[in-house]
Design a binder for this molecule. Sequence first.
Ligand code: NAD
Length: 489
Amino acid sequence: MTKKQEAFSLKFDTDWQYSPAVEPIDHVELKEKYDLFIGGTFVPSHSKKYFESINPSTEDSIAQLAIADEIDVDNAVKAARKAFPSWAKLPSKERGKYIFRIARLIQERAKEFAIIETLDGGKPIREASDIDIPLAAAHFFYYAGWADKLQYAFPNRKIEPLGVVGQIIPWNSPLLMAAWKIAPALACGNTVVLKPSENTSLTALKLAELIKDAELPDGVVNIVTGAEKTGIAIVNHPGIDKVAFTGSTTVGKSIQRSITESKRLSLELRGKAVNIIFDDAAIDQAVEGVVNGIFFNQGHVCCAGSRLLVQESIKVEVERKLKARMETLIVGDPMDKNTDIGAINSKRQLKAIEAYLKVGEKEGFESFQLKNALPKKGYYCQPTLFFDVAQSSRLVKEEVFGPVLTIQTFRTIDEAIEKANNTSYRLSAGVWTDKGSKAFNLSAQLKAAVVWVNTFNKFDPTSPFGSYKESGFGREGGLQGLEAYLKFK
Ligand code: NAD
């Protein structure tokens, strides 16, 4: 770095002192105990057992949540089955009205949802407020609009809802994942049993309260909490017509093995996305996109751009700018509006990420990490870059699901494509170039369901998102997201 560049570096945590801007949370109402939402009311679990939901930024317990066993799941499926005929027969315009109502109520209570998402999951309040919650509302708005237009979406085809859908979601974007699952299912006339992740169930339970306020007919949406056993009970229940799962590839494969043929299945699984920067790209914008691609939500994103491929001629410049941009990142209290990188979602996930950092260390790759002090309590991880990582390294092959970026180089387009496609995950990719022809060529040749050009991590309810190979199958969002919840006759 030249002297002039050093003078202008923005080391916010060190050279610049920001006054904390902590979001007040005293107006948010949280119960000490949450029961299961079945048939339109909150009911205690059959076992009367509870588990704790932990705030990852403080390690404090936030609330006790009921554990649903097979009997509770059976009750939830029965409630959904009972509600199905009248929900499916309801004039589609009326179904749409309920979904619009849910969307509007999410908007009205957006701040409350954002705070709970941050408390429960550790993501920066800025991201929860500006991205997760507005996108969740947008999803309900979008599918509310489709509810009475399904015949236009699929002209000349006879369509029917599937019935009762079991939906199982992960912890990285809890309300958003719930919206991705519930909104299209309801628009198509299905009823739902949803299980949020045991790490982050609170916004789903708040959504249950909101659904009650929206006066959705009892049993149309049921929300059961618990961990693996609750998920297995949903998958194996004979009264479920479709399982929609988002989570790890390991669990997705086990579901695929155990599911009976009569049930429909969609799997949204792991990713290992690449960002490719060509020497004709607008480098500053590309660096910004790469930083957003890997450090957004602490890297807990299935489509996180965790591999960077840089054209060799610009390697030095890109790496210098990446380091300089990283110096500006503030890691710390997720409830502070200044924070860019919050807490890792759980102790277990922190250990998993630290194990990957050790892999990088052991394999001898040069690395760069921020050196600022992390909060003493809570699960935090410094954002990390690894340079010149070998293609064979586990860091390049496996999903880390944390703020860790590997950097590799390429000389030719063919080499970039070969390295980019050398993964069994097929979720997303990013290309940074000034040349339209190169962008089209790459997006056709990259083996990824979503390819962003000169941008990254852009989500919109109107455009389908999905994957193939080890990343699963199925589409969420857009017209394609409706197909997942309809029978075509
Ligand atoms: P996970 O597979 O451990 O758990 C996901 C959900 O499944 C949780 O609700 C969990 O309780 C439940 N579950 C666990 N074992 C089960 C079983 N045997 N049967 C049924 N349900 C079971 O995944 P996670 O750690 O919660 O989530 C992180 C993963 O999710 C990452 O790999 C990420 O890439 C993936 N993800 C994918 C997408 C996508 O759209 N492709 C989106 C978000 C997250």
